[in-house]
Design a protein around this ligand. Structure first.
Ligand SMILES: Cc1cc2nc3c(=O)[nH]c(=O)nc-3n(C[C@H](O)[C@H](O)[C@H](O)COP(=O)(O)OP(=O)(O)OC[C@H]3O[C@@H](n4cnc5c(N)ncnc54)[C@H](O)[C@@H]3O)c2cc1C
Length: 663
């Protein structure tokens, strides 16, 4: 990394996007389009590299709506003459599920239009593809797996089964022992800026990701290695070791319930500093631990949640194992939920693709959940005349209103902007399966209190970065399968989960190409969680791909360079999935009093039906999981129909029970 990054190095990302067969939608913003770009056989968003996720061209319209400038330039929407039974806003898993559930009620001939502002369907469940010689590598651009901290509801499980996914069969597809058998283990990267030296050290506290095998016997040796090599002061090393090995009661004399109430109101960082008394260096090591789940570090996550997630310091505190009031659902261990896990090579993009195939069979060939892994979607088929279900990409909905008086209106009018023009369609009903923060700008008719509740669902920003590399010899030489880097730009870097399914074969030999998954949650430690997310969102919007790429290459070189990794030789492509509006915001006992004290939650107010309009999306359950998105779609369809959609079982919906009393 001493040499400067050449323009050629950057070809993997930014330039390839421009050179790719798909024309960026922003190029069309100012002109009228006669032949839709999606009709071109070359239109294939999963293969685009560079800055993806919320890509250029997907958000400008919504932002101008927010800023009050959209209608100054837009003019009256052209009447498309189209009429539907249902218009769904948002082609994420919630919107696609809503379309599917609606057809179970209204029948297969019901006419459904799904409008989506991105150039691909799936919402956060996005597929990334990379060419590696004659091989195609897959990566997940967002939603990683079928998993949930609480058990899947009957509705969500039933849909997963209906799509042909046999969750129990997962062990057949994953090479669980692959990395372990090669001697690779999870490690921690200490960076010079935070810890005074760049050093990759074995993580003595982790038995590691998807690997299995009883390795408890290795733990003392790993601790020895860690204590010898970590660039921490002797005092910090001692405190770190004791934190994991002492079984002390740090709140003596209090009953369990009172301890939990105290832990719910103090951050884990402050618990460690002020109650346990560890040096700041130890907090720095642990700080970024919860970021992949919460989008913030331990300065903004409660000590009670840290206890639930298994972080150290609580084994001597005699806490009743039942979940405490105000715990985040991510922090409540549940063995039944843990068993329900399935990772496809493109993550839950496979669920989105299976739903699309169910809605528009001609769009994706094949018949099974295995053959879809390598099937190429034909985007030209998504929005065809005569098809009962149509998915219209690159279309931002800008207004939804009843056609006349709320009580007597027989239709809603939905206006959307597409490639610089505005159109309107009519429908008997509309389901808003889009992000809740967008809804008040789109649906002005809603009551003010509901708009306020919708605004409260500002999402958690994230970067999910996939780096395709030529080979993973450096990981083998260093004995590393995944890296936690608490001080770095990306705090996680992991070799792809070795899953082979259908015709897709994972990388098994260190000499073969593979995808590294990296993750960053931009946050500002010290601020309340929502303010951290707001600042992080701005950071993501304002950072160029070139800066991100430089950070990625620099970090990989520093972490893996001692194993021979050379980014300019080994990196073959980079896709940064930028999600400024990422996870649904989940309530936090440090900042949301209602979550501790009970009462109606903002999401319950936000999701109330309004005339012919119902509201879905994972935000409607304040629950950042796929089953939550499915359950909210099921509820929304029930609200606009006279009877509940199939499946009939609605008990225990993941997002419907959202008061503190329920946890
Ligand atoms: C990076 C990441 C990783 C995740 N990992 C997991 C995981 O491993 N397991 C899990 O269960 N869950 C995971 N989740 C959560 C899960 O992805 C979501 O709960 C679920 O996919 C959300 O689906 P949705 O349809 O509700 O929302 P989205 O997927 O956000 O879809 C909503 C769609 O509406 C579109 N939209 C917004 N405004 C408009 C408009 N005005 N006009 C048209 N369209 C609009 C949006 O662009 C978006 O495409 C993850 C989320 C993220 C961000």
């Amino acid at each position: 990394m001493q040499r400067s990054i050449t323009r050629r190095d950057f070809l993997n990302g930014a330039a390839l996007t421009i050179g790719a067969a798909v024309v960026p939608s922003s190029l069309f913003l100012a002109c009228q389009v006669h032949t839709a770009p999606e009709q071109s056989l070359d239109y294939y968003p999963p293969a685009l590299t560079g800055l993806r996720g919320s890509h250029r061209g997907s958000f400008e319209t919504a932002h101008s709506l927010r800023d009050g400038t959209f209608w100054q330039h837009a003019g009256t929407p052209a009447d498309s003459g189209e009429t539907y039974d249902l218009v769904v806003v948002g082609a994420g898993i919630s919107g696609l599920s809503a379309a599917h559930f609606y057809r179970t009620v209204a029948g297969p001939k019901a006419r459904v239009l799904i409008l989506e502002n991105h150039d691909d369907f799936g919402g956060h469940a996005k597929r990334n593809e990379f060419s590696a010689g004659r091989r195609t590598l897959l990566g997940f651009g967002g939603t990683y797996a079928i998993e949930s901290p609480a058990p899947y509801s009957a509705v969500a499980k039933s849909l997963i089964e209906e799509l042909g996914i046999d969750v129990a069969s997962y062990p057949k597809y994953v090479a669980q022992d692959l990395y372990f058998s090669l001697g690779l283990t999870p490690s921690i990267f200490f960076d010079q800026e935070t810890f005074g030296a760049d050093k990759l050290v074995v993580d003595p506290t982790s038995l590691g990701g998807t690997e299995t095998g009883d390795r408890a016997s290795e733990t003392p040796a790993r601790w020895q290695q860690f204590l010898a090599e970590a660039p921490l002061s002797a005092k910090a090393k001692r405190a770190y070791y004791q934190l994991y090995h002492d079984h002390k009661d740090y709140l003596p004399g209090l009953p369990s319930e009172a301890k939990k109430a105290r832990l719910a109101r103090i951050s884990y960082a402050n618990f460690l500093k002020d109650i346990v008394g560890v040096p700041e260096e130890v907090v720095k090591v642990l700080q970024a631990g919860p970021q992949p789940l919460f989008g913030v570090g331990f300065d903004a996550v409660s000590a009670q949640d840290a206890w639930g997630m298994g972080y150290p310091g609580f084994t001597g505190m005699k806490l009743d194992p039942a979940p405490g009031k105000g715990m985040n659902r991510d922090a409540i261990p549940n063995q039944e939920a843990e068993k329900y896990f399935f990772h496809f090579p493109d993550g839950n993009a496979t669920i989105a693709r299976l739903l699309v195939r169910k809605l528009i069979s001609q769009a994706i060939p094949g018949t099974s959940a295995a053959d879809i892994v390598t099937a190429r979607a034909n985007y030209a088929k998504l929005d065809e005349d005569g098809s009962p279900v149509r998915i219209r990409l690159n279309s931002t909905v800008v207004r939804v209103k009843h056609d006349g008086d709320l009580a007597s209106a027989k239709q809603v009018e939905v206006a959307y902007a597409r490639y610089g023009k505005t159109y309107r369609v009519r429908a008997s009903h509309c389901i808003l399966a889009c992000w809740h923060v967008v809804i008040p700008y789109v649906c002005e008719e809603l009551p003010g209190s509901q708009k306020q509740a919708l605004y409260a669902a500002a999402k958690v920003p994230l970067l999910y970065t996939n780096v395709a590399i030529r080979e993973w010899e450096a990981f083998r030489k260093l004995g590393v399968s995944s890296i936690y880097a608490p001080g770095c730009y990306h705090t996680e870097a992991t070799l792809d989960v070795p899953v082979s399914i259908g015709p897709y074969q994972c990388s098994r030999q260190p000499g073969e190409p593979i995808v590294i998954h990296m993750m960053k949650t931009p946050c500002r430690p010290g601020l309340p969680a929502r303010d951290q997310h707001r600042a992080g969102r701005m950071e993501l919007f304002n950072t160029t791909f070139e800066t991100m790429e430089r950070n990625i290459r620099d970090q990989l070189a520093r972490m893996l360079g001692p194993g021979g990794f050379d980014p300019s030789r080994d990196v073959t492509a980079i896709t940064v999935n930028r999600w400024p509006h990422g996870y649904a915001y989940e309530y936090n006992s440090l900042f949301d009093d209602f979550w501790l004290e009970g009462g109606e939650t903002p999401c319950e107010v936000a999701r109330k039906p309004f005339g012919r309009i119902a509201i879905a999306n994972a935000d409607a359950g304040a629950y950042a999981y796929t089953d939550g998105a499915i359950d909210q779609a099921w509820r929304a369809v029930g609200e606009i129909s006279n009877r509940p959609p199939s499946p009939q079982a609605g008990a225990g919906l993941a997002g419907s029970a959202t008061t503190a009393a329920d946890v």
